[in-house]
Design a protein around this ligand. Structure first.
Ligand SMILES: *Cc1c(COP(=O)(O)O)cnc(C)c1O
Length: 414
């Protein structure tokens, strides 16, 4: 066998204009690259992790002691959160898109009895789990949650806060209220909402577990830490019943963040090897959000999403999403069915928009960490160019006028 090292890998700069990952902030990348070589028990690395923990509690508006990061991506955090579910546990899960669908699969895997898992290892049908399928493009409402929890009285209830697959915001207040009323412990996939919407965990007492990711609203792709937060009640149950996990066990993993026996301690203890580079990057990303403030970032997302929405609607597209970081749209009638081709063309030009990952095929355009006029105008121009290449008749002057109006009004209001 000949030994061959491939050429150095070159990855070009692209515009990440999809549902995520977002555009990792230059400040974050700079801290990643500037970190010295240091092991995971070096004093500043440990201090950095403790500081991250405190910043994360502020961003997430919570007193939960068990608030920290799980090494990896959103699925790592979700896997930890859902590892509390044991075979035979009664669970209700709401699914209204790709991601909550995968969450529901994770839940079925966890809740399946050994026999149910063996019967269908890749897609176990756990009798104790009820998955409520909500049509693509619609939101989970509080009334839906109330009705199903009243009927099934589960131990656990699950929902995605923002379902990125279809771009829909689900009713967190209604979910939390129904969980409290029916004594279900709520678990939330907050992968897409953290750092984008201004909300506080502690306002939703029906929810006991939260899982997010580093690379969407938190702007920190260099694989760092996926935020999680758990109430004391969740942790007590986990301690009492155990979980089939080590690496994704909330009590074990919390130790490295200076959370031992339910208390904050001055510095963490070994759990597994953490990365000084990742800690430095994550720390900067959290500082960035706190300095700009979540309230300001959330308002900026709302404002810039509205501009992009107006522009694509003027191109004849139909927007079916209501998230503020992402637009999910159908192409105008004469281009219907060409969504995937259009997305592929944009992607090959370095304009990283996305299709939906489950039916129906729609186009997704995201604005993560693109919170300025220039960035939005660039996205609009690139999308218009692709539409034109596909034969759409676009009145650029009219779009420019609407965009200018949107942004000039904001300046006038200041
Ligand atoms: C992106 C996303 C995930 C998966 O996150 P990764 O970081 O890719 O692991 C899960 N749930 C939702 C709602 C998401 O938007």
């Amino acid at each position: 066998m000949t030994i061959h090292a491939f050429d150095q890998l070159h990855i070009p700069q692209t515009l990440a204009a999809g549902p995520g990952p977002g555009n990792t902030d230059a400040r974050v990348l700079a801290r990643f690259a500037a970190a010295g070589t240091a092991d995971h028990m070096q004093a500043d690395v440990l201090r950095g992790m403790v500081e991250c923990k405190h910043m994360l509690r502020q961003i997430w508006g919570t007193q939960n002691v068990h608030t920290f990061g799980v090494a990896g991506t959103g699925w790592s955090a979700l896997d930890m959160m859902l590892s509390v579910i044991k075979p035979g546990d009664k669970v209700v899960a709401f699914s209204n898109g790709t991601f909550s669908g995968i969450d529901a699969l994770t839940i079925r895997i966890r809740a399946a009895t050994p026999q149910e898992l063996e019967d269908n290892p890749m897609d176990p049908q756990a009798a104790s789990v009820t998955v409520v399928e909500i049509p693509h493009g619609t939101s989970v409402t509080g009334d839906m949650v109330e009705a199903v929890l009243a009927e099934h009285k589960p131990q656990w209830a699950f929902m995605a806060h923002w379902e990125t697959g279809s771009g829909r915001i689900n009713d967190l207040q209604g979910f939390s209220d129904a969980c409290e009323k029916h004594h279900a412990m709520g678990l939330i996939d907050a992968v897409s909402s953290l750092g984008v919407e201004n909300f506080s965990i502690d306002d939703y007492p029906g929810v006991h577990g939260w899982a997010s990711c580093p690379q969407k609203g938190i702007c920190c792709l260099p694989l760092t830490y996926a935020p999680v937060s758990f109430t004391d009640a969740y942790i007590e149950l986990l301690r009492a019943r155990g979980a089939y996990a080590y690496c994704h066990h909330a009590v074990f993993e919390a130790r490295h963040w200076g959370i031992v026996d339910g208390q904050d301690v001055e510095k963490g203890t070994y759990h597994r090897t953490h990365s000084a580079y990742a800690v430095a990057a994550f720390h900067e990303a959290l500082r960035l959000t706190l300095q700009e403030t979540l309230a300001k970032r959330a308002a900026d997302y709302t404002f810039h999403e509205a501009a992009l929405r107006k522009a694509v609607e003027m191109m004849g597209c139909e927007v079916t999403s209501n998230m503020t970081s992402l637009i999910v749209l159908n192409l105008p009638g004469n281009l219907a069915g060409r969504e995937m081709d259009l997305v592929q063309k944009c992607r090959s030009d370095g304009f990283g928009i996305w299709p939906t990952l489950s039916a129906p095929v729609q186009v997704r355009i995201g604005i993560l960490n693109q919170l300025n006029r220039h960035a939005i105008e660039d996205i609009v121009a690139r999308f218009a160019e692709a539409m034109r290449a596909f034969g759409a008749d676009i009145d650029q002057a009219a779009i420019d006028a609407v965009m200018a109006d949107h942004y000039d009004q904001a300046i006038a209001a200041e």
